[in-house]
Design a protein around this ligand. Sequence first.
Ligand SMILES: Nc1ncnc2c1ncn2[C@@H]1O[C@H](COP(=O)(O)OP(=O)(O)O)[C@@H](O)[C@H]1O
Ligand SMILES: [Mg+2]
Length: 157
Amino acid sequence: MLVSVETQDSLVTLLGMLRTRLEGLLADNGIAFDWQIGEEPRAPFSRPSPNLHLARIVQEAITNVIKHADATTITVAANDHSITIADNGRGISSAALDGRGGGHGITGIRRRSARIGAEFGIGRTDTGTIVTLAFNMDAPAGSPDPALSYSSAQGPC
Ligand SMILES: Nc1ncnc2c1ncn2[C@@H]1O[C@H](COP(=O)(O)OP(=O)(O)O)[C@@H](O)[C@H]1O
Ligand SMILES: [Mg+2]
């Protein structure tokens, strides 16, 4: 779906492309975008570019809202140390939070987050579900943690 992503683009540009691409789909599903992109988020690991991973993560989180949340609003917010995707839907179930959801999307998000040094979180709020990617700005810039075992094979998300 995100075939035209260029890894050297700024993340804000990538998120904007994603917004343009998904806006129609969200409108068809009766969901409004609340877009709050401020500072350019910076992942601690810059090589290879984290942007493709970040764009895929955001795309999967938005797709999950469309598929599962029954929401009317999705809020995408970013600053220099985090990205959040929140919805006002039914809220993720305990079973799904425990990894018994059956799909591979969240597994893929976890894998990609580890790859770029982002801390991934997902949980229920009073009003829906929130996905958080937090970047530890104290981490040294450079390559991913070599201790991470990561397959270069791309998953489904
Ligand atoms: N925003 C959301 N609102 C409600 N439930 C969600 C949301 N995101 C994920 N889920 C739940 O988590 C499960 C696992 O998601 P995922 O791993 O992406 O698999 P899939 O989308 O293929 O079902 C979903 O099946 C759904 O039950
Ligand atoms: Mg999914």
